[in-house]
Design a protein around this ligand. Structure first.
Ligand code: ADP
Length: 327
């Protein structure tokens, strides 16, 4: 049966882009396939200087958010990347067969590198660590948002190369395929770039109704709706995308009609969205409160997940070492 692997950085709070673009897919798939969800702390230390205590706290908080959102440790495996040392061992090995040109043309590398004064090798090699994360578990399916498609393509290139060089005629590493949700790309509240932890344009999954409203109210909508009486174009509006994710189909239809006929203003439309979001997010916020009160329980889940993953990872590395003459 296909194995699912996906990861999320503990570099900040779980936000609606992560939730709609990836996490909802994990929750839906976890009962159907063996599913491994990794809190990728080695990825989170690359881009900006950070405080070790803050990272520790954020790893636990990410686990709380994922469990509250619906990751079920009875059926899925949830763990922290650095607890399984084989990730970095496999990364080194894959580095030796990854073409530099492929890394240099990764859009996320070019984007992030252009925003930094000095660029670390880790930023360039990030997709190789990601390939190692996936291949370590010989995962076939990777539910991610659209921003990760290019990285996943690189994982396939690396898997193919390794198989050709060391696979002894066998496709030891499957070529991982992406799984996208209907909301594959959520824009930030500025409407300028994807919603991302590193851009500070997010709505966090666990924010209160008031906090969400404070961000939603001024959020960018269709730029053509300058006056209240101007008809809008829902297909270019991020608020409409969020309606499609949170509102019932009838309500989405109504939003479309009210926007294109200028029946509602953007603030009216946002108020309806806020109520729809509450329907889904209030129970998640409640579960997160309960989990925060039981840190030992969260640690237990992560320890059990790491132990299960270590067993798979050690087997993969034993095979890899043997085939490469490193045993
Ligand atoms: P971030 O970009 O906020 O740091 P991560 O790199 O940790 O997020 O990504 C975790 C998952 O969330 C990935 O599968 C990624 O594709 C998905 N994701 C991140 N941002 C968005 C977005 N704005 N829209 C849809 N999916 C997203």
């Amino acid at each position: 049966m296909s194995r699912i692997f996906s990861g999320i950085q503990p570099s900040g709070e779980l936000h609606l882009g992560n939730y709609l673009g990836a996490v909802k897919n994990w929750i839906q798939l976890q009962g159907q396939h063996p599913t491994i969800i990794c809190i990728v702390d080695y990825h989170a230390i690359i881009t900006v200087p950070y405080d070790p205590d803050v990272l520790r706290a954020r790893r636990r908080e990410m686990a709380v958010s994922l469990l509250a959102a619906g990751i079920d440790p009875e059926v899925a495996t949830l763990y922290v990347q650095s607890a399984v040392r084989e990730h970095t061992e496999l990364q080194w090995i894959l580095n030796t067969i990854t073409p530099l040109g492929e890394l240099e043309r990764q859009t996320q590398f070019k984007d992030k590198a252009s925003r930094q004064e000095s660029v670390n090798a880790g930023l360039l090699n990030y997709p190789v660590l990601q390939a190692a994360d996936i291949l370590l578990y010989r995962a076939d399916l990777v539910p991610v948002g659209e921003d990760q498609l290019q990285h996943l393509e690189l994982s396939r290139v690396v898997a193919r190369r390794w198989n050709a060089m060391y696979g002894r005629g066998e496709d030891y590493f499957p070529e991982p395929q992406p799984l996208l949700t209907p909301t594959r790309r959520i824009m930030g509240l500025d409407g300028q770039a994807k919603m991302s932890k590193s851009l500070g344009n997010t709505i966090a999954l666990l924010e209160s109704r008031d906090e969400i409203w404070a961000k939603l109210r001024p959020a960018v909508t269709d730029p053509a709706r300058v006056r209240r009486t101007d008809p809008g174009h829902p297909e270019v509006c991020n608020i409409y995308t969020l309606h499609k994710a949170f509102s019932a189909p009838d309500a989405v239809k109504q939003v479309y009609e009210q926007c294109t006929s200028a029946g509602w203003g953007c603030v009216d439309c946002k108020k309806v969205l806020l109520d729809a979001m509450d329907g889904e997010l209030v129970p998640i916020r409640r579960r997160a409160e309960e989990l925060r009160a039981q840190p030992a329980r969260v640690d237990e889940v992560l320890a059990a997940g790491a132990s299960a993953c270590r067993a798979i990872a050690q087997q993969t590395m034993a095979d890899v070492r043997e085939r490469m003459g490193l045993d």
